[in-house]
Design a protein around this ligand. Sequence first.
Ligand code: FAD
Ligand code: FES
Ligand code: FES
Length: 479
Amino acid sequence: MIRFILNDKEISTHLPAGELLLDLIRYRKHLMGTKIGCREGDCGACTVLIGEIIDNRLRYRSATSCLTALGNVYGKHIVTVEGLNLEVSGKKLNPVQQAMYYEGATQCGFCTPGFIVSLAGFCLSEDEKSYENAIASIDGNICRCTGYKSIQRAAKSIAELMQKNKGDIIEYVTSNSILPKYFADIKNRLLELNFKTNGIEASTNSKKYLGGGTDLYVLQHEKMVHADIDFLFNKNNLNGITKEGNKCIMGASVTVTDLMESKIIRDAFPDFRKITKLVSSTPIRNIATIAGNFVNASPIGDFTILFLALDAHIILSDGVTKRELALKHFYKGYKQLDKRENEFIEQIWFELPDKKELFNFEKVSKRTHLDIASVNTAISIKTDGKIIERASISAGGVGPVPLFLAKTSSFLENKKVNEDIFNEAIEIAQSEISPISDARGSEDYKRLLLTQLISAHFIILFPKLKLETLCLPKGRAQN
Ligand SMILES: Cc1cc2nc3c(=O)[nH]c(=O)nc-3n(C[C@H](O)[C@H](O)[C@H](O)COP(=O)(O)OP(=O)(O)OC[C@H]3O[C@@H](n4cnc5c(N)ncnc54)[C@H](O)[C@@H]3O)c2cc1C
Ligand code: FES
Ligand code: FES
C-alpha cells in the first residue's frame, strides 16, 4: 500500500506503484486544477510540490506530476493548486493567486495553476528570495497567451513579499495567510507517517529500475504503470553527496538539484549553478537523477558529458555483488551498456579538482530551457597556466555514444599552453567524432559546433591569452 499526504489528507492506495501521480490527482481524486498539457515534462501545466523530511527539515520542491510515479511519492507531502487555497471555498485568494489576478497574468487560464504552484514552491524554498530566483522557479512553465510580462510582474511582487521574512518559512507563510494553516502540521504528520510505514520493497525479480522517471515516463508511460519496478529514487540509502578525502561520492538517487545545492559541489565548481541552469528546467532538475542520465545513454546526455570529463566512476550492484567501472568504459555502442539486466548504479564517484584544475561545460541547443543539446562538451584540465599536466575532454551529439575524446585528451598532456596546441587539439577532436545529420543539425553543422565549443573552452579557461585564430574551421576566413 502506498501512503502519502495529498494537500491536507492522508492517502492510502493499492493502485499500482507505477501509476502516475497526475492520473491519481485528476481521475481518482478529481482535483482538476492540475492540468494536462504535454504529458512529457515540457509545459508545466501539471506541476505539483513534493515535500519531504530531509535532515529533519521539511523541504519542498516542484515536480511534473505527469512523469512522477506513485512509488516515488511514498511517505511525502504532495501539494496541488487546490492545496494552496486559504479556504475550502477557494473564494479568498492567497497572495500568489492575488498577484497573478491583479497583474492580469492569466488569460485562458490553462497554465495558471502550474505557475501558481511553482511560485508557491519559490515561497517555500530555502533559496534567497530574489526576483531572479522567483523567475527561475517558473522556468518549466509555458504560457501560450500572456506574453509573460504580467507573470514577471506577479513574480516580482511575490519576491518582495517573501523578502520581508527573516525567520522560519513555514511559520511565516502560515501566520501571514500566504499559504493555508495546515502546512504548519505537515512535518509532524510526515514523521508519524514514515514511522508507521517501511517504504516500498521491490520484488526480487524487478525488471525496471526507476530514478525520477523523466526519461522512462516520456518514452514508456503506459508500459510503466504495471511494470515490476525497483524505486531507487525513494531509497534513503541511495541518497546524499559526501566527501571522503578528495573523492566526491554520490548516491544513485542524487538529482540535478541536489548537485546544484551541494556545498561540496559549489566549493569545487563555483560556476556549477550556471552550468546546470542550461539543463532542462527546475521541476525536471528536481527529480531527474544523475544515474538515470548515465543509463539513458543518450549521446547528448548533459550530465554524462559533464562527468565523462571529470573521469567519474560508477559502482554497479546486483544487490549481492558490486563492481566498479570508469564511466568512459560504460558505453559499448548506441544505447548498449556494460551492465547486466539485474545491475543498477548504486554510487558515482569522482576526484574533486584541486586549485590547478580548470573545468568548463558548453552546450548548444535550440532554446535555453527544456531542451536537449545539439552538441555539448566538457573539459577538465590541470595546468599551472604554462604547461598542461592532464586534460580530459568529452563531447556529445557527435557519435552514437557520449564520447570521451581519448586522443585529444592525451595529445594535450605535457604540452605548452598556446594557441597552436589548442588548434591541433581541435583538429584531433574532429578525427575522433562521427556525427550524423538529423533533426538537430547536419553533420557539417555539428562538426562546426564542436570546433567552436572546444574553442570556447580554451577562450574561457585561458582569458589572458589572446586566442585570435581559434574557432576557425580549416580553410575558412575569419569574419
Ligand atoms: C522536459 C525534459 C527536459 C529534459 N532536458 C534534458 C537536458 O537538458 N539534458 C539532459 O541531459 N537530459 C534532459 N532530459 C532527460 C532526463 O531528464 C535526464 O536524462 C535525467 O537525468 C534522467 O534521470 P531520471 O532519474 O529521470 O531517469 P529515469 O527516467 O528514472 O531512468 C532513465 C533510465 O535509467 C535507468 N535507471 C535510472 N536510475 C538507475 C540506476 N541507479 N541504475 C540503473 N539504471 C537506472 C532506468 O531504468 C531508465 O532506463 C529532459 C527530460 C525532460 C522530460
Ligand atoms: S503535462 Fe506538460 S509538463 Fe506535465
Ligand atoms: S493564460 Fe493561456 S496558456 Fe497561459
